[in-house]
Design a protein around this ligand. Sequence first.
Ligand code: F3S
Length: 281
Amino acid sequence: MASIEIARQAGACYGVERALKMALEAAATPKQPVHTLGPLIHNPSVVSDLAARGVASAETPAEAERGTLVIRAHGVTPAVVADAEERGLTVIDATCPYVKRVHRAAARLSEDGYQVVVVGECGHPEVVGILGHAGENAVVVSDADDVARNAYAERVGVVVQTTQTAATLSAVVGALAVRVRELKVVNTICEATAERQDAAAELAGRADVMIVIGGRSSGNTRRLAEICQSRCPRTHHIEGADEIESSWLSGASLIGITAGASTPAQQIERTRERVEALMDA
Ligand code: F3S
């Protein structure tokens, strides 16, 4: 009889699960409309489930018009919160506490007279939110090659987008260190992404078949699938449990399951149930 094992870290992280819970709680007392500022999670089935429970997505506070506005885990600039409040919206701030930590670090560095460098992806919503706390002369640097494109003050303070890798941070810090007189680094990387990759790699190294759940356009899910594929050739990347075919499981003793960051726990459970049902058939 084959066994099923879910990677010890898989699917939506603490911050995303928390934001989902806060949005659903807001919708459970529907005295007024509930909107999230942008899709809460990049997962079409979760977004449509939220819509069915009365939680719609608005691109701007103006679009929400009235009612409750949920700020997603990525966080926003203080100006966006002020705009929502001025419009009379009730703001529920579901910014991940680890992202809040980046906001606080950036604000403190700026107050202490450092020019803030944000290591991250230019234009990403989390980075846009961090910039709003980082002072007017803050800049975004995506990698070590990007460092030479800016001019810097004598004192520079570094914070990092939570999903960046330690390798990128240390390469940027190395390139900056020779350009400025004083460099202060606050490592604000969240370990959730690296932990999921390590757990997927460990399980894929033992499993006969790996199932990776998550959007085909989701960069972090595709990366998980690549990691699994390199250790377990019978890796399948699916978006939903009903895609699984019984032939995938034939002869397998251990079936591993993992999931990208936009996959809530329920979808992992549904996948486990589907695998069990196919094994029993
Ligand atoms: Fe928060 Fe880390 Fe997730 S910063 S939103 S727990 S990836």
